[in-house]
Design a protein around this ligand. Structure first.
Ligand code: HEM
Length: 358
């Protein structure tokens, strides 16, 4: 039902916000120039929270300026969720409900619910604004229909915010790390950005499809670092895989996206960062499900276009301004940890200089 609101025309509205916030990020990053081991993730995350709240809800959270209450609730709640996930005894509600973390979590959820409900209450139900948000599109879609209640719309928007900003953040940071590790590729991306955007101009929606080389970089980064490394499913009927293996009904299935993406069976020299894999002539020879960073089928990622447009804008604007370096020499050196979303265990290890204009 909701898929149509993520169409190109609606998403094109958001590129202006992506570009404005990425430019603010660039200004903010200037103070870290020349420093070692900058915590890129935390900084880019604030930018993405501002992007998410502005494009989805129409509110300015000013997380990049360090003032955001919403950022604090979401950070705190994500911490609690992860803590719970890794302590199996807390999976049981009857145990977890006795902890102070449960009470804290509930407090953050309640604040977050109220915050979104308040925004909806104060909204006009039709899309008239010059900068409509995802919430506007959603309310518009359901204005005269009864499929979704207000509580369900609140739930959808909450899901978009949570599903959207951490994934886009990690992805932007991985792309920058790959560029930092491959200076020649970084130079080509810079050249492409300069040709398309020029030295100063903010990007708009017409620019993004022209960044074709940058697209290859993004695709190959998503192969090596699919930010959701596993997809979980419940087997609803006995599922026969071959003569020997049948998955019994009721079992829990974890699909290892990262294993498929790094399997030598499907990818030659799988840990090599190789953009040629995504040239049209090579890509057509592959089984489509050997590359599933956004999953596939009816439950695939609803926000993939939005996400790709957001981190492409961030990367383009940052690469135009800075020259990135990393201590990592090979993909293999980046040891990963799974915090629902995959991240480098030892951080992104990036540093950067102002780019000298050529
Ligand atoms: C790098 C960016 C992203 C990646 C790699 C990614 C990946 C994925 C994957 C693999 C799934 C399927 C999970 C499953 O089947 O269990 C998924 C689902 C989902 N994603 Fe994304 N995602 C990204 C960005 C976003 C953004 C920006 C949004 C919101 C605007 C979003 C919203 C969602 C939602 C709502 C679902 C659940 C769909 C459902 O359950 O039917 N994602 N995503």
């Amino acid at each position: 039902m909701i898929n149509p609101i993520f169409n190109r025309k609606n998403l094109d509205h958001f590129v202006e916000v992506f570009a404005k916030q990425s430019t603010a990020l660039g200004e903010y990053l200037e103070k870290y120039v020349g420093m070692h081991d900058v915590n890129l993730f935390q900084i880019v995350k604030r930018c993405n929270l501002d992007i998410t709240c502005e494009t989805m809800l129409g509110v300015q959270t000013n997380a990049q300026e360090g003032e955001s209450e919403v950022a604090k609730w979401i950070d705190k709640f994500s911490e609690i969720m992860l803590y719970r996930l890794y302590k199996f005894w807390y999976h049981y509600d009857f145990i977890f409900k006795w902890t102070t973390l449960y009470n804290e979590g509930e407090e953050f959820i309640n604040k977050y619910n109220l915050f979104i409900k308040d925004i909806i209450k104060n909204k006009d139900k039709s899309v008239t604004s010059e900068s409509p948000t995802l919430l506007d599109f959603l309310l518009d879609l359901f204005a005269n229909r009864s499929e979704l209640t207000t509580d369900e719309i609140v739930d959808e928007i909450k899901t978009f915010v949570l599903a959207g900003f951490d994934t886009t953040t990690v992805m932007s940071c991985f792309v920058i790390t790959m560029l930092a590790m491959h200076p020649d590729i970084q130079k080509r991306v810079y050249d492409e950005v300069l040709t398309v955007l020029g030295p100063e101009r903010m990007s708009d929606f017409r620019d993004l499809p022209c960044l074709k080389y940058t697209d290859l970089v993004i695709k190959e980064t998503l192969r090596l670092f699919p930010v959701l490394p596993f997809i979980a499913r419940e087997v609803l009927e006995d599922l026969c895989l071959d003569e020997v293996i049948t998955l019994p009904k009721g079992s829990l299935l974890l699909l290892g996206v990262i294993q498929v993406h790094r399997s030598a069976e499907y990818w030659s020299d799988p840990l090599k960062f190789d953009l040629d894999r995504f040239l049209p002539e090579t890509a057509t020879n592959r089984h489509p499900f050997t590359y599933i960073p956004f999953s596939a089928g009816p439950m695939n990622c609803i926000g993939q276009k939005y996400g790709k447009m957001a981190f492409k804008t961030i990367v383009a604007i940052l690469v135009r301004k800075f020259q990135f370096r990393t201590e990592y020499k090979t993909v293999d050196e980046i040891k990963l940890t799974n915090k629902v979303i995959v991240r480098p265990r030892d951080g992104f290890k990036c540093s950067f200089e102002m780019r000298k204009k050529e």
